[in-house]
Design a protein around this ligand. Sequence first.
Ligand code: C2E
Ligand code: MG
Ligand code: MG
Length: 403
Amino acid sequence: MSSLATDPRTSAPPAFDALVVDDDDFVRTVVAQQLRGLGAGEIALASGGHQARELLRDRPHFELIVCDLMMPDSDGVELLRDIASQSPESALIFMSSADPKVLRSVEHIAVKRMLHVLGSVQKPIRSASLKELVRRMARGRPDCPDERPCPGVTEAMLRDAIVDNRIRIAVQPQFNLLTGEIESAEALARWTHDDGTSIGPGLFLPLAERCGLMDALTDTVVERALEAVGMLQKAGIQMRIAINISPSTLTRPILPEHLVEVARRHDVPASRIVVEVTETGIAGDALPPLEVLTRFRLRGMELAIDDFGTGYSSLARLRHIPFTELKIDRSFVAAARADQEARRIVESSVRLARDLGLRTVAEGIERCEDAALMRALGCDLGQGFHFARPMPPAQLLGWIGSR
Ligand code: C2E
Ligand code: MG
Ligand code: MG
């Protein structure tokens, strides 16, 4: 496993086995030495992709693989393919003197291959940078287990979960970055098992999509979400609720009416509902989704474009769809402090949103410094683990009370 318990005395991971791949003898020796100093047990060395592949075939359980991206017999992208198939649990560190943009792209490919990327170090390698990345290994994989394939889940199980009311929501508040007030919360689907464990949407949404269960799932989430705002309202707390609607559901003509009807039942004004759609959800030029989106607005609901910057939305689309809010994807938010380009993307997204009269939400704020930067860049709202993790609605009520 790539997740290692931390040794409380040193805050370093306990002994781990490592593979170092580089065609340069000197680099291999130096990195191996540094890793040994950081607690590595056994260290295998490979002088290129070919030898690395053989080593992985013989013993595919290195906790850590540190690899160069450009070797005479293979490049890092080719090697990633083998690591993904032979040693998917290994944590990865890339080292290279390549353009940082290329490094980022390799990291992105690795993440897409579900690998656990600790980060990259520029050559010549500084032991402090390597140490920082090795420390990350002790924290284990980031919070994305739900995106990994889980073969035990079947259509029948999901259908039962929907029928038996075991699909719940977690709500994550969104804060006004100037005043600190909670203005809204996003409803996120959760599948709760009998034993209390919860499966995230990354796993069951694709299944719901494949099995034609998305409409039923959406109805459940809508009901729970409006029930939650209704409950908060009764306790004197007024906020908007954001509900994610998948592209396939956007073609359902009855949806706007349905949301209004459920809202009415829970005494919630339609203006408190924010419908979130991703850029990919509106990628085509088909009429039905455009009609449904416009009808949400005609009925007084708000409309947010989710994960902005990751899809292919054209500026024309932003003009033709009556959005009221733009959510800047968390990949830009997380990178903005260290990476000029990401910061510029956030800056220009905020400017664009402002020019179009849209509210901006920065997603995935994990640190206090990120919140400060997003505020400085002019974002209106912030959402992320730094403020609050998604939680059951009843808990949000208590959480607000205790603030
Ligand atoms: P999203 O709509 O962009 O929702 C935000 C996701 O980011 C949530 O993941 C949330 O837990 C996560 N998140 C929030 N703050 C942070 C942070 O500071 N750091 C990190 N690393 N993550 C953070 P979740 O709940 O796993 O949902 C993933 C996606 O699944 C959602 O992304 C949304 O696209 C989709 N989804 C969730 N619920 C529903 C639903 O009811 N219907 C539909 N159609 N899609 C849903
Ligand atoms: Mg969303
Ligand atoms: Mg999002």
